[in-house]
Ligand binder design. Structure first.
Ligand code: CAA
Length: 389
């Protein structure tokens, strides 16, 4: 066991942390800027991440995963995101939004059919909840699934699907009984290579540009009844429970981005001179660094704590909604604060594409938005604190 502040990392944790760090340096660092610029999907490195076991870290080995715990997942994701948050997004959605849902709510047959190929990295998984008119208010979706014998016929438009253009399989949420509102939502496992799955527009994005995000249009897509995840009407709760896990991943991503921006700033402040001294000798810079470091360490405690809460829930079945929401809220706002300060510390060169600082700044913003905005996290936390949910 090695100590890391309050958290004792096992040898296994240190091994995956180092493996992810080495992989990110060797395979991702040389291509990150190029893929950010082009917006192309980095399929080759994602496949290699699958071979490394990074695409299904918490999935038991019998289902194609690495069979490790939530802290191992968080540590690996953090390392990938220190180098490139776009690779991190693809990894996070595959692990927490796709694999987790099937592991927790899927039948044995669904695990064999959908989980094994995605956890092993052979196929790419996605999660589709949002619609053009239903974002934060996720229970108001307009898409529909109508049962006809042994199939559900699905129609509608889903938006902001991470990995949408390249995903092979998607866990998708739609209305089966609209009059029941959120209690009429049902989850389905969708094969993206079947007729009726139509690729919609790809989003041109500010950050995490190499992670493809798109609309998906369902045009009389026929989903077999055995590919329904959970029972009819259970979809909203499944979506929320899966997002609890997802939010820990986004929090780890934000932590990784912030750490990268901080480390570059610390080094720059120790080297760059102005007015006859290192800029780190000016209090205007050194106090910024102190605040950045302190917020990062506070984020780390919240993120690792949420990971431990999720791990414990595997046996206690207790929800970890609040821990996940607090970790995401604080770590994402820290990532914005730290990357903003990092650009400022670097000055002109921080604004230039010659360094990754401006990319960290652009990539950080999404962590305050996807998988529940900061406002939604505050809603979730405050409702639980006030006993309103
Ligand atoms: N786990 C299990 N059940 C939960 C839950 C959770 N975390 N949160 C809520 N529920 C249950 C409630 O107990 C309630 O159950 P009953 O029907 O038995 O009463 C039900 O779900 C409805 O809950 P609420 O009354 O709290 O629902 P609400 O309409 O007020 O909405 C919300 C709650 C927190 C605002 C929710 O809509 C939400 O999280 N919105 C944000 C959605 C979001 O994060 N979207 C991002 C999508 S993914 C993405 O970004 C793209 C990508 O590819 C990464």
């Amino acid at each position: 066991m090695a100590a890391s502040g309050l958290f004792a990392l096992t040898e296994e944790h240190e091994m995956i942390q180092k493996a992810a760090r080495d992989f990110a340096q060797k395979e991702i660092a040389p291509i990150a800027a190029e893929f950010d610029e082009s917006g192309d999907f980095p399929l080759k490195t994602i496949r290699k991440m699958g071979e490394m076991g990074f695409m299904g870290i918490e999935v038991p080995e019998e289902y194609g995963g690495a069979g490790m715990d939530t802290l191992a997942y968080v540590l690996a994701l953090e390392e990938i995101c220190k180098v490139d948050a776009a690779h991190g997004t693809i990894m996070s959605v595959n692990n927490s939004l796709f694999c987790n849902g099937i592991l927790k709510f899927g039948t044995e047959a669904q695990k064999q059919k959908f989980l094994v190929p995605v956890a092993s990295g052979e196929k790419i998984g996605a999660y589709s909840l949002t619609e053009p008119m239903s974002g934060s208010d996720a229970g108001t979706m307009r898409s529909r699934a109508v049962r006809e014998g042994d199939v559900y016929v699905i129609n509608g438009r889903k938006s902001w699907v991470t990995s949408g253009p390249v995903a092979d399989v998607v866990v998708m949420f739609t209305m089966t009984e609209p009059e029941k509102k959120h209690r009429g939502v049902t989850a389905f496992l969708i094969d993206a290579h079947q007729p009726g799955y139509v690729h919609g527009k790809k989003e041109p994005k500010l950050g995490i540009r190499a992670s493809a995000t798109s609309e998906i249009v369902f045009e009389d897509y026929r989903c077999p009844v055995e590919d329904r995840l959970g029972e009819e009407g259970e979809g909203f709760k499944i979506a929320m429970a899966v997002l609890d896990a997802g939010r820990i991943g986004i929090a780890a991503q934000a932590l990784g981005i912030a750490e990268a921006a901080y480390e570059a700033s610390r080094q720059y402040a120790a080297e760059r001179e102005a007015f006859g001294q290192k800029i780190g000798d000016f209090q205007g810079i050194s106090f910024k660094l102190a605040d950045m470091k302190t917020q990062i360490e506070a984020s780390r405690l919240l993120v690792y704590n949420a990971a431990l809460a999720k791990e414990a829930s595997k046996t206690t079945h207790a929800r970890f909604t609040k821990e996940a929401a607090m970790a995401k809220l604080f770590a994402s706002e820290t990532a914005m604060f730290v990357t903003h300060a990092a650009v400022q510390i670097h000055g002109g060169i921080g604004y230039s594409k010659e360094l990754p600082i401006e990319r960290y700044f652009r990539d950080a913003k999404i962590t305050e938005i996807y998988e529940g905005t900061s406002e939604i996290q505050r809603l979730v936390i405050s409702r639980l604190e006030l006993g309103l949910r």
